[in-house]
Design a protein around this ligand. Sequence first.
Ligand code: EPZ
Length: 421
Amino acid sequence: MDSILVTGNGPLNGQIPIAGAKNACLTLMPATLLSEEPLTLTNAPRLSDIKTMTLLLQSLGAEVSALQDGKVLAMSSHDLTSHTADYDIVRKMRASNLVLGPMLARLGHAVVSLPGGCAIGARPMDLHIEALEALGAEIELRDGYLHAKAPGGLKGAVHEMRFASVGATENMVMAATLAKGTTVLKNAAREPEIVDLVRCLRAMGAQIAGEGTPTIEIQGVDRLHGATHQVVTDRIELGTYMLAPAICGGEVELLGGRLDLIGAFVEKLDAAGIDVAETDKGLKVSRRNGRVSAVDVTTEPFPGFPTDLQAQMMALLCTAEGTSVLEEKIFENRFMHAPELTRMGARIEVHGGTATVRGVERLKGAPVMATDLRASVSLILAGLAAEGETLVSRVYHLDRGYEHVVQKLEAVGAKIERIKG
Ligand code: EPZ
């Protein structure tokens, strides 16, 4: 297994290009199942999760070709041969459950393995099931698989979600595009990845309004046609790299960065003493004073502070002046990075969903272990600012969500290398 060796090397300066969004691409790719005509995605990120989704779609009979060094995904679901998403693929990546809604809508039946356990929380699918049952689907769990059918086709309905789940919103919106009549989804998730999905579905001929608000209205149509869609910028990759000059000093421009994707995060950076300015190519980030100030953070659904930036923010706050309190409200077990940061000299106390971080002058390099995608990159950020060397093992977690992390950080002056396992 590969590792990444990071040596604290002072301020960072230069430019980092931001890729297309993993979490948008993972819901856009299953949208191909809704139509017989080709769907092409441009600005696609090159990540192992995208490869897993490709394998899943191909296992259903879809054609998926990665062109232009993987930045373009040409897909066609003209001749689907299976309606079963196998456990062997689904257990590798939970987002595989996003084929459930589209298959049910297009084929009238679908069999999708339940994903099983996850490091950051239980992550059940009850909200997905409730949403699709509201559209008239009959769903039962058998041998670890959800067996879903809609013999007479799905029917539009008014449905209020108990929690604004991203995945359940995506599954329901995709399914409702081909349902008979009108669907009104209340308490819908508002994440930019959902706005991007709706833009793509609209380009395929869907009739949808209200994306980005708590109420989404979908007028079902008989069929969807082909389209080409550019994947939105990855706001989590963006936020992650904005924290590099924040934690090390210097000035970095994030190419393709957009403020509207990360509002609540930028407010917290500002409170911590980090300057963020718009440029004609993206966003420029620099630290105002010598040391960042402590801030309190609570994770929330969009437009609140994203849970996918909590670990990275904790790395920054480990070196802040004062004490910060981080509350994780989305996932019940998302502080696995805290004991690893403590190995680097951080002072963190975790009680349930609350972590109290008392800032230290400087972290010290140490061998640490990645436990999940966002935890792994928080250890790399900490290593960039630490004294000496930090060896981060199990970086396969990182490959799921960050392309070319070593090259991107090296380009702004980081001392970082990948060690083949
Ligand atoms: C998406 O996961 C993202 N993944 C996650 O990013 C992200 O952390 C999450 O949204 C929240 O922003 C993708 O888009 C592929 P949810 P998703 O359904 O859709 C509970 C990363 O690092 N819940 O909004 O699975 C659930 O357990 C990943 O890139 C139910 O209880 O998130 C969780 O506590 C990690 N029942 C909360 O809701 C359900 O049926 C939020 O989950 C569904 C969810």
